[in-house]
Design a binder for this molecule. Sequence first.
Ligand SMILES: [Zn+2]
Length: 380
Amino acid sequence: MAVTKIVKIIEGDAPGKCTELTYFQIGPADAKRKIFLQAALHADEQPGILILHHLLEYLIDADSKGLLKARFVVFPMVNPLGMGDIGFLQHQGRYDRSSGVNFNRQWPDLYAAIEEHVGAYLTDSAEDNVKRVRELVQHWLSEQQPVNALQQQRHYVMQEAFDADYVLDLHCDSDSLPHIFTVPQSTEVMQNLSDWMGAAATLVCEASGGSSFDEVWSTLWSRLAKQFPNKPIPQATHSATLEYRGQFDTFDELNKTDARHLYAFFQAQGLIGGELILPLPPKTPSATDLAATEMIKTPQAGLLAYTVELGQQVKKGDLIAELISLDGEEAFRKRIPLYAGTAGVVLSRNTFKYVWRGASVAKIVGKELLPSRGKYLLQD
Ligand SMILES: [Zn+2]
């Protein structure tokens, strides 16, 4: 039984500037399984911080009772660099200001990092293969020499995540129902998580094209399995991005309930002992292909007037919103209709009604693949 609080110092890019990165290790150090949780990688998405704040207390209590059957590593605020980006009394936090990099894009390709050597290490034992692949990744990580603050921050995080069996990255959307992004190989585990979360959708794809944090861990295993079909290579890490509603959904009671449901999910997965703290949840919708989710964007700047609510079922061609024109000949008189390009559920809308060309209007979770989505499946 142990709870350890760890503080790492990120050396600032500018003189005299350091940042603290704090996280917790909870549970038996010799546990066979490891769970990695983090929140606010997009630092402007804070419901996850409050969820992990509550989950921490539940985990520490469970640890004191000897109930933890896995080791938990919790970064309640994984991006202190982004949390510090305050200007003109407004907080930013989605992009690293010095490089312009989206905090949840362009994470390293671990498969490429170990590809050259891995073939010689694989055996006919799945368990050995998991161990050996993780050793290779650990070795690769130990050779990295992060320079700038963003690289240091990422390096600290990866060193804790690389050997986890579950990697859960807590985010939120703009104005949204809860949902999950994951890979097809983890659908079964994530269906269980979806039920406990009460998710309105689980969106799957092999690779979104954005190298997001959760994909680093899952695609390593799926690509290895594809590359070495004659070797037993399990999906050793189940990772996902969990979208806990919208940016303004940071509320103590709501997020405490979310934490309790996460805890119950870990119980259901056999990672925490004791009697289930909650009754079994109702079934939530089955996973759908991310390429079947339409992301409606604005054709020009304007003011959004929505005609649909979150969770509403729409048909292809239904009106989603009208965009009130703010310039040109018909300024303030013309309303430009924006229609659904597919049938499905309205999963998210934009919190901000003043939008510019190419801004996000809504996500509609459909079932038919949309060729228009192309190869880059994420929002920037
Ligand atoms: Zn996010």
